[in-house]
Design a protein around this ligand. Structure first.
Ligand SMILES: Cc1cc2nc3c(=O)[nH]c(=O)nc-3n(C[C@H](O)[C@H](O)[C@H](O)COP(=O)(O)OP(=O)(O)OC[C@H]3O[C@@H](n4cnc5c(N)ncnc54)[C@H](O)[C@@H]3O)c2cc1C
Length: 419
């Protein structure tokens, strides 16, 4: 450690997913010495295997009027996109009830506004964090395509369209012929499409997170492997972290542990309704077909993403608790979907993965000071949108730790909203 580093204020960031790694980079820029600690390898949580959509135009919440008409059908269909594990329903019920309340029109409009605030600058923020490094090549303004087998349906509801219009999200409605022209490898079953030309993608979310962590390490961050079991506190101050049974002094702490953040926040006196929303992917390494841009199937609710390691299909929202074993039958459903969407796809070489989205019932993350502590902050809960929100979450977390005015109004994200 250099003498200059010794004089810097220090922060420990718990969790090396996209949010923790971006927080580290922005904290370094704000003049902090950062230790990043993760119980696994860098980027091996939800950030490992997502669909890699980076969406400045993500302003339409999942919890939107109409979803609860469709949800019972999805739950009853063993191949449907939504599942609650038997035995977990009663545990999930309060979360589900709160989610129902968030899906009213007024609440959905508020959520939409807050989503816009933390998604709209994502590509610019990634560009800023990766400028002049190889990581920049992992991000692309590719456009994204939404497709449906029903005419006119890919655009979503009138409310969804209103949200896009309100926030100036460029969106081009396509008929079946235009969908075919844009992505000739798709089966001729799609009757409508929606092109979002200003959205992007990463070619590999895991490579991106590790490349960002490499930048942080080159800038002097210390990356530790170890599980944070708890904290040593004194009054309103966190004095140390307990990592794999060992005490490590900490001046400041940012909790960015994704779906596992609930227990850590609870230890700091904040009871938050964070649920693990399990998703799955298959990655087909020699598919023989490849869309030019990410394609989301809006009927079956999954994403198909061209990656530098093959064609990835990712989806499913399954509630069963953080510790439930994955149900790998879900990946068989994705294989069948791949065959339906991409005629002639070669499924000889397929890898599977599962990970937990950190999800709150109002569809928004938690970002703010830990209410009972003066040197701890929370940054987690980005659910389906963490790859898009990561750089902005990190920037805001760094502003809060540095005592600066946040560049975005963080009121909708405050942990106190769940009192
Ligand atoms: C199937 C699927 C598809 C998705 N597709 C997209 C998409 O296309 N676009 C998009 O924007 N988002 C997408 N997402 C969502 C996105 O992946 C997540 O929102 C995002 O990865 C969350 O990042 P995170 O840093 O908060 O959490 P994580 O990536 O889960 O990182 C948390 C880290 O904390 C560590 N940790 C946990 N507990 C402890 C502890 N006690 N001590 C130390 N370390 C700990 C974990 O090991 C982990 O590395 C998708 C998610 C899934 C599951």
């Amino acid at each position: 450690m250099t003498p200059a580093a010794l004089n810097k204020p220090s922060v420990t960031v718990v969790g090396a997913g996209i949010v923790g790694v971006c927080s580290t980079l922005w904290l370094q820029r704000a003049g902090f010495e950062v230790t990043l600690v993760d119980s696994g390898g860098v980027g091996e949580g939800a950030s490992f295997g997502n669909a890699g959509n980076i969406s400045p135009g993500a302003v339409v919440p999942y919890l939107i009027p109409g979803i609860w008409k469709e949800a019972p059908g999805w739950l009853l269909d063993p191949e449907g996109p939504l599942a609650v594990r038997p035995g977990y329903f009663l545990k999930a019920l309060p979360w589900l009830m709160a989610a129902v309340r968030s899906a009213g029109e007024e609440a959905a409009l508020r959520t939409s506004r807050a989503m816009h605030a933390i998604h709209s600058s994502t590509l610019d923020d990634y560009a800023e964090l990766t400028r002049g490094t190889a990581a920049a090549d992992l991000i692309e303004l590719s456009g994204q395509l939404y497709v449906s087998e029903k005419p006119g349906s890919a655009q979503g509801s009138a409310l969804a369209q209103r949200m896009r219009t309100e926030f100036g999200v460029e969106a081009v409605a396509l008929d079946w012929m235009e969908v075919r022209e844009l992505e000739p490898c798709l089966a001729p079953i799609f009757k409508s499409g929606l092109l979002l030309p200003k959205n992007g993608r990463t070619k590999n979310p895991h490579h991106l997170v590790t490349a960002l962590a490499d930048i942080a390490q080159r800038n002097g961050a210390r990356v530790l492997r170890g599980k944070v079991d708890g904290f040593v506190t004194e009054g309103a101050a966190v004095k140390a972290l307990i990592i794999d049974g060992q005490t490590q002094a900490a001046e400041r702490v940012v909790i960015a542990a994704g779906a596992a953040s609930r227990d850590l926040a609870a230890q700091l006196g904040s009871k938050l309704p964070l649920e693990a929303e399990r998703g799955y992917h298959i990655t087909i390494s020699n598919p023989g077909v490849m869309p030019r841009m990410p394609v989301t199937n809006t009927d079956a609710k999954f994403a198909c993403a061209p990656m530098n390691v093959g064609l990835r299909l990712a989806g499913t929202a399954e509630f069963g608790g953080l510790k439930a074993e994955p149900n790998w039958q879900r990946t068989e459903v994705l294989k069948r979907q791949a065959q339906r969407m991409f005629p002639g796809v070669n499924l000889e070489s397929v890898s599977t993965w599962s990970g937990n989205r950190p999800s709150l019932p109002d569809g928004l993350p938690v970002l703010g000071a830990a209410p009972k502590f003066n040197n701890a902050w929370f940054a987690f809960g980005n659910s389906h949108f963490g790859m898009s929100a990561g750089p902005v979450m990190g920037k805001l977390a760094a502003q809060l730790v540095a005592g600066q005015r946040s560049s975005v109004d963080i009121t909708p994200f405050r942990p106190e909203r769940f009192k």
